[in-house]
Ligand binder design. Structure first.
Ligand code: 5GP
Length: 211
């Protein structure tokens, strides 16, 4: 990789949360396109697929029975009820990616973030994405169009609840410009990757320097 020395390190879990419509999904997609060391955690959900969404790519769309079975088998790292539907992070793909030293990105809500932190605090880096204004949030939700008016209204109400959790996150960014917000997420990721405690290969590297 461009001739640079690579020191072995632990993979980290990068969590992005925000109220629906604050641009988190776009940020996540862009991150994955730009950084081959990142893997997206694909959640399972009992909600219906929206037009354009692909099973196994955006979500694993499952029945409530299937979801309950996964819960019973301890197949989720975390799971929660959002907008009356179940959402959960399948455990195995995340554990496999981390074991390979890859970083995993999660697009999950505050409930899921709390559960991940309880289970793997040292590996979790959490970012909360704020919309630039209430008007912008309303506009983005309304222009989504895939959701019914009723759903949009419910999501606006839920946005307030989601927003109230901003202070539980390690980092908070305001998405007033996608380019700036994206640059900020990249900076956070770069710094977190350099944390001494994550660079598991450092002792060996320094031992060679001092021999
Ligand atoms: P949407 O239905 O708009 O795709 O997602 C609704 C909300 O559920 C978003 O805030 C999203 O971050 C959250 N979400 C998606 N997948 C998961 C998951 O696996 N666990 C949790 N806790 N939240 C999720």
């Amino acid at each position: 990789m461009n001739g640079r020395i690579t020191i072995e390190r632990r993979g980290l879990m990068l969590v992005l949360s925000s109220p629906s419509g604050a641009g988190k999904t776009t940020l996540t997609r862009r991150l994955l396109e730009m950084d081959p060391r990142l893997t997206l955690s694909i959640s399972a959900t009992t909600r219906a697929a929206r037009p354009g969404e692909v099973d196994g790519q955006d979500y694993f769309f499952v029945t409530p029975e299937h979801f309950s079975r996964m819960v019973a088998e301890d197949g989720f790292l975390e799971h929660a009820n959002v907008f009356g539907r179940h959402y959960g992070t399948p455990r195995r793909p995340v554990e496999e990616a981390l074991a390979q030293g890859r970083d995993v990105v999660f697009d999950i809500d505050w409930q899921g973030t709390q559960q991940l932190k309880e289970r793997a605090r040292d590996d979790v880096v959490s970012i909360f994405v704020l919309p630039p204004s209430r008007e912008a949030l309303e506009k983005r939700l309304a222009t989504r169009a895939q959701d019914s008016a009723e759903t949009i209204k419910a999501r606006m109400a839920t946005a307030d609840a989601e927003l109230s959790h901003w202070a539980e996150y390690d980092y908070v960014i305001v998405n007033d410009s996608l380019d700036h917000a994206f640059a900020e997420v990249q900076m956070i990721l770069a710094a977190e990757r350099l944390k001494r405690t994550r660079q598991s290969g450092l002792s060996r590297f320094v031992a060679k320097l001092t021999r």
